[in-house]
Design a binder for this molecule. Structure first.
Ligand SMILES: *Cc1c(COP(=O)(O)O)cnc(C)c1O
Length: 363
């Protein structure tokens, strides 16, 4: 079975380093662990690192962490679906919202459960994801404030997620302005003015005027140690928290056959570039040349094959459901040998939930 090594010590330290960095400019941090699917061991490492707020996109994962004794304040960062409202009110401290209808149902359920439910109102600022149209801001806030059992705890926006908008001084000051106007007009104090995700890191460290923004919700930077505009490593964060290893199950010389009809692969995708990929892997591959290939016991069933980065000097040609297909160049490998890989966010997301990848915790 392929193995994913998870270094809990490094997660704890990354959490601590990021939290302190943000605290230096009076920012709070919501540590977003949706990439781990609410893994309680990892959540406990975050808490040890000083994290108070955990962000998760699935309420069942919040329930799982609570049931496993992970004590934190939980922020649901996916807007609620109606079916799960009773669970959300029961298990979630703060939820992000963009639909008044949903917020009214949260209020009703909160009354039933004799609770106050806190919400962070999301504002659409160009990313085309969740968020209200800011031209309706005051009327929506007014309606929210009229609801019992609901507290407006903050506003937020999300950038560089779907449309790819980059957080900037200009758009972040705009968010600050919305917060300031709400606070003045309705005479209240917003706990969270939440500027965004790991893509806000460069803005946070390089912008002189952060305005009234006072919170970030960070996942990828925390776990992979990189910001997400250029994917540059962040100083003092570990970029090697996770290591994936898979085993060589076939090792053969294979000939690239030309002259046969080629359509698409098993997934219906174009394969015209496969010989090209092989050429890039080696200096010169000519017609009919034999090359060294390995199959690994990991495939698209388990992982996003384009999101794994080999540590050895080999080239990933692609994946089928069950195998990763590698050009191993002139390496001398043996059957049963394992090769190591780093992962990008999507690969980590899949690896964490694949039952076919063993998780090994390093403390
Ligand atoms: C996933 C998510 C985040 C965290 O994003 P990263 O890129 O992992 O830092 C923050 N906010 C919302 C609403 C999200 O869905």
């Amino acid at each position: 079975m392929p193995k994913l090594e998870i270094n809990l010590q490094k997660i704890q330290q990354n959490a601590n380093t990021l939290k302190n960095l943000l605290a230096g400019r009076n920012f709070s941090l919501i540590a977003v662990n949706k990439v781990t699917h609410g893994n309680p061991k990892i959540a406990k490492a975050l808490i040890k690192g000083g994290i108070e707020y955990i962000g998760e996109s699935r309420v069942v994962n919040i329930k799982k962490m609570r049931d496993n004794g992970v004590e934190a304040q939980y922020v649901l960062i996916q807007v609620p679906n109606l079916e799960e409202i009773p669970l959300i009110v029961e298990y979630v401290d703060f939820s992000v919202n963009s639909e008044l209808e949903t917020i009214k149902l949260l209020a009703k359920e909160a009354k039933k459960q004799n609770k106050i439910h806190n919400i962070i109102l999301m504002i659409e600022m160009g990313d085309l994801r969740e968020g209200i149209d800011p031209s309706n801001l005051f009327s929506i806030v007014e309606e929210i404030l009229s609801l019992k059992n609901i507290r407006l705890s903050g506003i937020g926006t999300n950038m560089k997620c779907f449309r790819g908008i980059v957080p900037s001084e200009k758009n972040m000051l705009q968010l600050s302005e919305y917060a300031k106007q709400i606070e003045l007009k309705f005479n209240l104090n917003l706990k969270f003015v939440s500027g965004g995700n790991s893509a806000n890191f460069k803005w946070f460290t390089s912008c002189k005027n952060l305005g009234g923004v006072n919170n970030l919700r960070i996942g990828e930077a925390l776990f992979l140690g990189r910001e997400t505009i250029n994917f540059d490593p962040i100083p003092n964060l570990y970029t090697d928290v996770f290591n994936l290893s898979a085993e060589i199950v076939e090792l053969k010389k294979k000939e690239i056959k030309y002259g046969e009809k080629v359509v698409s692969n098993a997934f219906g995708e174009s394969v015209q570039d496969v010989p090209m990929k092989i050429k890039n892997g080696r200096d010169e591959v000519t017609k009919g040349e034999i090359r060294n290939q390995a199959l690994l016991n990991i495939g698209r069933l388990d992982i996003a094959i384009n999101g794994i980065i080999p540590c050895e000097d080999v080239q990933i040609l692609g994946g089928s459901s069950d195998y990763c297909i590698l050009d191993i160049k002139d390496n001398h490998f043996v059957i049963g040998q394992t090769l190591n890989f780093k992962l990008n966010y999507e690969a980590l997301l899949k690896a964490m939930i694949s039952p076919y990848i063993e998780k090994i915790y390093v403390v």
